[in-house]
Design a protein around this ligand. Structure first.
Ligand SMILES: O=C(O)c1ccccc1NCC(=O)[C@H](O)[C@H](O)COP(=O)(O)O
Length: 245
């Protein structure tokens, strides 16, 4: 693995969109939404607070209950910071739409489980504009808005590494939206199995959680997505950025 130049952890505040609203779910369960208002207002607030990245998710597209494509394109276009677009990007049409927003990269989930040949093709074509979301319960992958099972984490990781995947967004579904802390052991295990960059997602509840994730930067963790903790005002983004700088 290439040693990162600094130990700085990149923070990606999450804006998850359902039915036109910024929401947070508990363990990704449809119906467990808490609403936090307009996605653009949330994203602009994180940008104003110093975010370099926004993790922007179309939950309807992920769940197959419609999409918020036009709204996410508008939000991405209004931001000056980099956007990682996620949720329901599964074919040429949805990938083209996502990339045409001007986002810095997209995150593929279900497609990596159900359409491995297509994913290998787009990794070869778009390089590090493609990240793959490895959303797991235990070591079993989840797709389709985390409702379907999709095989073994480490088998998928070996396959995607061989195909040249640059980056993985790793989520412990049982931690996501629960404010119970990240699964540090999962992150360590994934870093031990790949030399590609890892973005941690799910469960962050405190500044100490972020400092704990930052200790894994030398092992390959590059960033951390933070959702519920920011919306629940457990800390401010300014405090979070200071804690990991
Ligand atoms: O990212 C997706 O594509 C996705 C699909 C289906 C359900 C949830 C999805 N993402 C959730 C997130 O990205 C969360 O915002 C992120 O893990 C933050 O979690 P937390 O800090 O625990 O609120």
């Amino acid at each position: 693995m290439t040693t990162p130049a600094t130990n700085k952890l990149v923070l990606l505040p999450a804006v998850d969109v359902r039915d036109g609203q910024a929401v947070r779910l508990v363990k990704g369960a449809s119906g467990s939404e808490t609403s936090y208002g307009e996605p653009l207002a949330a994203a602009l607030a994180w940008q104003q607070a110093g975010a370099e990245w926004i993790h922007l998710v179309d939950l309807d597209a992920a769940f197959g209950t419609g999409d918020n494509r036009a709204m996410l394109a508008e939000v991405t276009g209004r931001l000056d910071v980099k956007v990682e677009l996620s949720g329901g990007i599964r074919d040429d049409d949805s990938l083209r739409a996502a990339l045409s927003t001007g986002c810095a990269r997209v995150n593929l989930g279900t497609a990596a489980l159900e359409s491995p040949e297509w994913v290998a093709k787009v990794i070869a074509e778009y390089g590090d504009k493609i990240a793959v979301g490895l959303d797991v319960v235990g070591t079993t992958l989840r797709g389709r808005g985390w409702t379907s099972e999709g095989g073994d984490l480490y088998e998928a990781l070996a396959r995607l590494d061989a195909e040249g995947c640059a980056r993985y967004v790793v989520t412990d579904v049982d931690k996501d939206g629960t404010l119970t802390g990240p699964n540090l052991q999962l992150l360590r295990n994934v870093c031990a199995a790949t030399d590609r960059a890892v973005v941690a997602s799910g469960g962050v509840s405190s500044l100490q959680d972020l400092r704990d994730i930052a200790t894994l930067v030398p092992e390959g963790v590059e960033g951390a997505i933070v959702g519920k903790a920011l919306y629940a005002q457990a800390f401010t983004l300014e405090e979070a950025l200071a804690a990991v700088s």
